[in-house]
Design a protein around this ligand. Structure first.
Ligand code: AMP
Length: 397
């Protein structure tokens, strides 16, 4: 089966066409500036160069049409016609408490996703627009929703409740949900597979360190805790998000700087994290280079970042009463040996350490702990699109 994987944002749309039998990516690409001047599609057929085409995309329906045109194009296409696309898998950010696994999209599912809009006002409405655009352009093609939150639905109450009046949970479902679930699921399963074991026999901590970052505790195959919360703002320090802070800081800064809550929210999401702390960049390559040149704030940001990662690892080892595997993934986790190494320095008490001779890994699967260590530390590249394609194929078969 050929599965079209769609990740739809408010003004952009990422896609991959994946053959579910061979798991080969036939083509991938990105539509940018949807609904704006200068919209374009960047399309990369497997093994060929990227083609960029400017084309008007007043809305997402035009963007989906541009994707189909690119995939079936006589020169740059990878299939002859729409009939060779067997199903569509949509990444959906928030499934609330309604979705604990992926589902085939029906009208009832669309309504239930819309009911979660309040929980992810920037993402879910855009995801729904993507689904409706596909329905128009590809009527009759089965579609599956894969939720970022679903894998974390196994968390026990003690892990997902906040210390707030219970009525906010009753009225508005204010609780911790967690995100990057598709990645935590994929990486924990793959880590076990690499070790020749099943996930059901292991206690695994997955460190998804990308521009957004989260950690999860996967105890015998089930997520029992994760660092993101009601929104992706909680937990680790990220590229531009602050992660955990004292909530009283919000009122304090609001008064000092004469800012609204919504303005502070933007600052916490877009101007904080290692970028805000270092005044250098959200990109860890820039941060590392600045630290090497003696930039004290870049060093402080990296030290604070890795200290926070190590504290969460310690917390999750406690939550699971032990840990067998620590897996690093996503842009930073897969590529940044320095971050892995700085984090590893805190883990000796767990029986985990990093063998620096194995730590020069960039995007490959690898075991990087020392031989004989109690805990296996690994690099396991994530592949959310493949995970979505697999789940879509299994549900529409
Ligand atoms: P992601 O959100 O998973 O795509 O991760 C993106 C982030 O990964 C970038 O913002 C960088 O901070 C980081 N990154 C990507 N490549 C490298 C690299 N080679 N070394 C260090 N960090 C990297």
């Amino acid at each position: 089966m050929n599965i079209l994987v769609i990740n739809c944002g408010s003004s952009s749309l990422k896609y991959q066409l994946i053959n579910s039998e061979s798991e080969a990516v036939l083509a991938k690409g990105l539509c940018e500036r949807i609904g704006m001047e200068g919209s374009c599609i960047k399309h990369t057929p497997s093994g060929k160069d990227k083609v960029t085409k400017e084309t008007p995309m007043p809305d997402h329906t035009y963007a989906i049409q541009a994707v189909i045109d690119a995939l079936t194009d006589a020169e740059h296409g990878v299939v002859k016609s729409l009939s060779e696309i067997d199903a569509v898998g949509h990444r959906i950010v928030h499934g609330g408490e309604k979705f604990a696994k992926s589902v085939v999209i029906t009208d009832e599912v669309l309504d239930a996703i819309a009911e979660c809009n309040d929980l992810a006002p920037l993402h879910n409405p855009a995801n729904l627009i993507g689904i409706n655009a596909c329905k128009k352009i590809m009527p009759g093609v089965p579609m599956v929703a894969v939720f970022d939150t679903a894998f974390h639905q196994t968390m026990p109450e003690k892990a997902y409740m906040y210390g707030l009046p219970y009525e906010y949970y009753e009225k508005y479902k204010v609780r911790r949900y967690g995100f990057h679930g598709t990645s935590h699921d994929f990486v924990s399963a793959r880590a076990a597979e690499i070790l020749g074991k099943t996930r059901e026999d292991l206690k695994i901590i997955v460190c998804h360190l990308g521009n957004g970052a989260s950690i999860s505790a996967v105890d015998h195959g089930k997520c029992v805790d994760t660092s993101m919360g009601l929104t992706p703002l909680e937990g680790l320090i990220m590229g531009t998000r602050c992660g955990d802070i004292d909530p009283a800081i919000i009122e304090f800064i609001a008064k000092k700087e004469n800012l609204s809550i919504s303005e502070i929210n933007t600052i916490m999401n877009k101007k904080s994290g290692v970028e805000g702390m270092s005044k250098v960049s959200s990109d860890f390559r820039d941060l590392s280079a600045a630290m090497d040149q003696g930039n004290a704030l870049a060093k402080m940001a990296l030290e604070t970042y890795t200290y926070r990662v190590a504290k969460y690892i310690g917390a999750y080892a406690a939550a699971m009463n032990g840990v067998d595997v620590i897996a690093f993934t996503a842009g930073i986790g897969e590529n940044d040996g320095r971050v892995r190494s700085m984090t590893g320095k805190y883990l000796g008490y767990l029986g985990a350490s990093i063998d620096e001779s194995k730590n020069n890994v960039h995007g490959d699967e690898a075991i990087i702990s020392n031989e004989g260590d109690k805990v296996t530390v690994m690099v396991v590249p994530t592949n959310e699109e493949l995970a979505i394609a697999r789940q879509t194929a299994s549900l529409v078969k």
